[in-house]
Design a protein around this ligand. Structure first.
Ligand code: SDX
Length: 426
């Protein structure tokens, strides 16, 4: 591997160090470039820019590989639980039995919301989007809990408080939006079972806990738990780089995830599929519109900045559709349309040439529908799953001596020197 890159600008040669990762990824370290040459690099959207060194998640977009702390996502989705995977991401190792028990006990201890926070919900319009509520509520947590004391125990309490309460906040937003009685977390339920119970239990028809659905929810959240430097994780790192409290950084991550190009795509996919069915759209027309440069319609749930092959999470999510639908004896016409769309897109030259494949969001909405999760809560489900990844990335950034406040440069294209003109002369 070359140890240096040589750059010639205006007949002058610059030598820039090369960095290599544990999986052989290489980068040119340009930290000295502007000081030495006066030049910066230009990379809107950071598609070719590494913003940090990270040991948390490894992705190979060409081979469709995704590993958390080296463990393949397929193994974790099959054998692990969401709480165990969260521990792995945040600490770097799988928990011992005692550590897992202690973590679960603390998650239960922290599962309630301060009663004063319940009144916040009363002031949101009933139809407020739950992502906006969640981002505000997570930010508000800072007002109820002390500033982070820089000791490991305090940090872990804060991490577990966030992971536990986000679930309670989400279910509370749903119940209050329906005008239903809020269901409190139960100490005898697991993390995922508690969420399902808080969402669907009610005084008239008690919720029947189904182990297969609980298992599917564990896998769903494991698949979403981290994804290296995606848009929302970058938001968490950038906001965190100013050394604001972690609640504010996570709140920024939730806001970034909300966008339909990012975590909001799972809701956009289902709305797209429903529209196709409702309008009786011909699938060839849908594919043609997605390819048409003059049409801003896109095949939501398709394409990815990193994966240039099938998103490994989408493969697992597609299998989960059958399991959850058969379990809930749910027939979902959206699944038939999704499968037909996928088949046509994957055989279409445009999608093949641009390496556009289903991503995690293409089938996830169908799994959530089968679980009874309302469409406007889909991205909230993504946020709950991604929270351990955001925390792990925030913690790594916070502790990294190499990291500084994020402050990119720009290429200015505005007016050159100008002068003020008094109003009387305009
Ligand atoms: C997530 O980064 C992560 O890791 C994200 C995520 C995570 O876990 O954190 O994986 C979660 O956000 C998944 C992505 C969810 N978004 C969608 O499904 C929305 C639909 N997809 C696209 O908007 C798009 O594919 C993106 C946003 C996902 C990626 O955009 P890029 O990398 O900026 O690619 P691009 O927009 O430059 O597209 C490249 C070409 C373009 O054509 P040309 O200009 O080269 O002719 O592919 C075309 C695009 O028009 N294209 C699509 C398309 N996606 C890309 N054409 C039709 N339908 C699509 N879905």
């Amino acid at each position: 591997m070359a140890e240096f890159a040589r750059l010639v600008i205006d007949d002058k040669e610059y030598t820039l160090p090369v960095i290599e990762g544990s999986e052989g990824e290489k980068a040119i370290d340009i930290r000295s470039l502007r000081h030495e040459s006066g030049y910066i690099t230009f990379d809107p959207g950071f598609g070719n820019t590494g913003t940090c060194r990270s040991a948390i998640t490894y992705m190979d977009g060409e081979k469709g590989i995704l590993r958390y702390r080296g463990i393949p996502i397929e193994e974790l989705a099959e054998h692990s639980t969401f709480v165990e995977t969260a521990f792995l991401l945040i600490t770097g190792k799988l928990p011992s039995r005692d550590e897992l028990i202690r973590t679960s006990v603390l998650l239960n201890d922290y599962s309630l919301l301060h009663e004063d926070m319940r009144s916040f919900y009363q002031n949101f319009p009933r139809r407020a989007h739950p992502m906006g509520i969640l981002s505000a509520m997570i930010n508000a947590l800072r007002s109820f809990y002390p500033e982070l004391v820089d000791i490991d125990e305090e940090l872990n309490k804060t991490f577990l408080r966030l992971i536990s309460k986000i679930r309670t906040m989400a279910a509370m937003a749903y119940k209050i939006s329906r005008g239903h009685r809020v269901i409190y977390p139960r100490p005898d339920y697991s993390y995922c079972a508690n969420f399902l119970n808080m969402m669907f239990d009610n005084p008239v028809i008690p919720y029947h806990m189904d182990e297969d659905l609980e298992r599917a929810l564990n896998a769903f959240w494991i698949l979403h738990a981290d994804h290296e430097q995606n848009c929302s994780t970058t938001a968490v790192r950038v906001v965190g780089s100013g050394k604001v409290n972690i609640y504010a950084a996570i709140s920024a991550g939730i806001s970034a995830l909300w966008g339909p190009l990012h975590g909001g795509a799972n809701q956009a996919v289902v709305l797209m599929l429903e529209k196709i069915i409702h309008d009786g759209m011909d699938l060839d027309t849908v594919i043609a519109r997605a390819k048409d440069k003059n049409d801003d319609f896109r095949l939501m749930g398709f394409g990815h900045r990193v994966y240039k092959t099938y998103d490994p999470r989408a493969k697992i999510m597609k299998k989960m559709c059958d399991i959850v639908l058969s379990k809930t004896r749910h027939e979902d016409p959206l699944l038939d349309v999704a499968r037909e769309l996928e088949e046509r897109a994957l055989t279409d030259e445009y999608f093949k040439e641009k390496n556009l494949y289903p991503n995690v969001d293409f089938y996830s909405g169908i799994v959530l529908r089968a679980m009874g999760i309302p469409t406007n809560m889909f991205t909230v489900m993504f946020a709950i799953g991604r929270l351990p990844g955001w925390i792990a990335q925030w913690k790594e950034d916070y502790a990294d001596p190499e990291m500084k406040i994020s402050r990119p440069r720009q290429i200015y294209t505005g007016a050159t020197l100008n002068h003020y003109i008094p109003l009387s002369e305009r």
